[in-house]
Write a protein that binds this ligand. Structure first.
Ligand code: CA
Length: 226
């Protein structure tokens, strides 16, 4: 079950929301000022934050602004009825939703469910667009490659070859099938172009990072193993 962080300085309100969330089966955490709320939000232990705007220390909008520098944690803002500006700036700053006080708890619960569902969907989508093996990560949208968190520059052919290897993990690929997948059927050059490009990849990935990503299978071709 999802873990929800409540950042609210009004003890009665915080307790009320917490009890309702626990009743729904959520795990909860509470903070009563902006600084500790931000710290807890950044801990990675929560799936969503309910964040009051009027807080001592850092106010809710400042907590949100700082959080968004590094985190996409879903945030539902609690704003005062007449604070139209808070809603506008809150949404501009990356709040996922807001509730105006006083609110019906059922509506807050519905918005929490919705925000969690959306976050889950975008996580799945993001996951599907990335390939990885060992410490090598390849992003299919941005075409960025990193090894141990360090970006690596690849030419577009090198990228396509690495992508083919990562899509076929633990499967030995012959030179012919690599040529077909990476260079296309219309390629009529030498098959040793594969060896040349494997060497380029090893020079950029295996050697500098001390990993053994691409294995040679003598007489057959190459394989990338988990
Ligand atoms: Ca407050």
């Amino acid at each position: 079950m999802a873990r929800i962080l409540i950042v609210e300085d009004e003890e009665k309100m915080a307790r009320f929301v917490e009890l309702e969330l626990m009743h729904e089966g959520y795990e909860t955490g509470k903070a009563s000022d902006g600084r500790s709320g931000l710290e807890m939000a950044l801990s990675g232990e929560y799936d969503l934050m309910v964040l009051d705007v009027m807080l001592p220390g850092l106010n809710g909008l400042e907590v949100l602004r700082r959080l968004r520098l590094t985190s996409s944690l879903p945030v539902i803002l609690l704003t005062a009825r007449d604070a139209v500006m808070d809603k506008v700036s809150g949404l501009e700053m990356g709040a996922d939703d807001y509730m105006t006080k006083p609110f019906a708890i059922e509506e807050l619960l519905a918005r929490i469910r919705l925000a969690l569902r959306k976050a889950g969907q975008s996580r799945e989508k993001a996951a599907a667009r990335e390939l990885s093996c060992r410490e090598v990560t390849l992003n299919l949208d941005s075409r960025e490659v990193s090894v141990k968190g360090t970006p690596v520059e690849l030419t577009s052919r090198e990228f396509d070859l690495l992508k083919t290897f990562l899509e076929n993990k633990n499967i030995v690929l012959s030179r012919d099938s690599l040529i077909e997948k990476v260079w296309g059927f219309s390629y009529f050059g030498e098959t040793n172009v594969v060896d040349v490009y494997v060497r380029y990849l090893r020079q950029k990935i295996d050697d500098p990072f001390g990993i053994d990503l691409i294995h040679t299978v003598r007489g057959v071709g190459y394989v990338v193993k988990d």
